[in-house]
Design a protein around this ligand. Structure first.
Ligand code: THU
Length: 132
């Protein structure tokens, strides 16, 4: 991860809309050409409608017509690394079951994981082939 990405994540984090939890999360998906798709968590007064940073980044990635994802960067100003929630793991797997994920905490420490580690027995696009 380079300093440029961390700067981008810090800037992005200020745009998170998290008035209820006050837990802000920023996600950037870099595609194979270096293009960046961004997402922040967006909460709602109807709490269950909250949308996580990771899923918002995926939707922006798709809408932006980006090429295959190369890496996901996830940043939160916490001591512990923030990992994607279960729903986001499923959505992140869709386009690359081996997507590399870089978790970054408030000290700039890094932990690398892959989506396949986070979802050990996945259900994905191929599973639908059996029903065709
Ligand atoms: N959240 C994310 O955006 N991504 C995660 O990886 C974990 C949780 C958000 C959802 C909610 O707005 C807040 O963090 C607290 O759960």
């Amino acid at each position: 991860m380079n300093a440029e990405i961390l700067d981008e994540l810090k800037k992005l984090l200020t745009r998170a809309y998290a008035p209820y939890s006050n837990f802000k999360v920023a996600a950037i998906i870099r595609d194979k050409n270096g293009k960046l798709a961004r997402g922040v968590n967006v909460e709602n007064a109807s709490y269950g409608l909250t949308s996580c940073a990771e899923r918002n980044a995926v939707f922006s990635f798709v809408a932006g017509g980006y090429e295959k994802p190369a890496e996901l960067f996830l940043y939160s100003e916490t001591e512990a690394f923030t990992a994607p929630c279960g729903a986001c793991r499923q959505v992140l797997m869709e386009f690359d079951p081996n997507l590399p994920i870089v978790l970054i905490n408030r000290n700039g420490n890094i932990k690398r994981v892959s989506i396949s580690e986070l979802v050990p027995l996945p259900f994905g696009p191929k599973d639908l082939d059996d029903a065709k």
